[in-house]
Write a protein of this length. Structure first.
Length: 171
């Protein structure tokens, strides 16, 4: 098993390059981080290469999937994130799904989320990148976030992963 550490969570406020040196010194083979758009990507590539570390994941831009009006912006952000993932040699992107919309029925929000994820599939398949999304804790860290339960996340994955979206090697 290869372990990875989230640099933004563990080394908050510290120099990114120095944090990667610590990651390596502690024996980790890989690291992840959240936002790529506020970081020096060429410097990260140089540092990870010199330290023989793998970028295991980074985030997509934080744009709502539960609001269909944001779909175009989400897909544009995904394409930008895929370009960065390719530069980093990063096989996974982490996506948030957005904040709950109290004025919209939950079923409509979930339908938008599923539709949005399905729209991502061709871009992800072409890039060879896996998109992961996560339920978040709304009691402490992320008040108002839409997805809070693992069971619901698994249901969404099952719905998106229809027969037409499963690679032939898995059928």
């Amino acid at each position: 098993m290869r372990y990875s550490i989230c640099v933004d969570a563990v080394f908050e406020g510290k120099d990114f390059g120095e944090s990667l040196e610590t990651v390596k010194r502690l024996g980790f083979q890989g690291f992840e981080f959240w936002s790529w758009w506020d970081k020096d990507i060429p410097a990260i590539v140089e540092k990870k290469t010199s330290l023989d570390l793998e970028v295991t994941a980074c985030c997509t831009k934080f744009i709502s999937l539960v609001n269909p009006a944001c779909r175009g912006d989400y897909l544009d952000g995904l394409k930008e994130s895929l370009t960065v993932a390719k530069t980093l040699g990063c096989p996974r992107l982490i996506s948030q799904v957005g904040d709950e919309r109290p004025d919209v029925p939950r079923a409509k929000q979930q339908a938008s989320l599923v539709e949005g994820l399905r729209a991502c599939v061709p871009f992800l398949e072409k890039a060879g990148v896996t998109l992961v999304f996560e339920p978040l804790n709304t009691r402490v860290d992320h008040p108002g976030y839409y997805l809070t339960q693992s069971a619901e996340a698994f249901d969404i994955v099952d719905t998106v992963a229809s027969e037409t979206n499963i690679p032939e090697s898995e059928t």
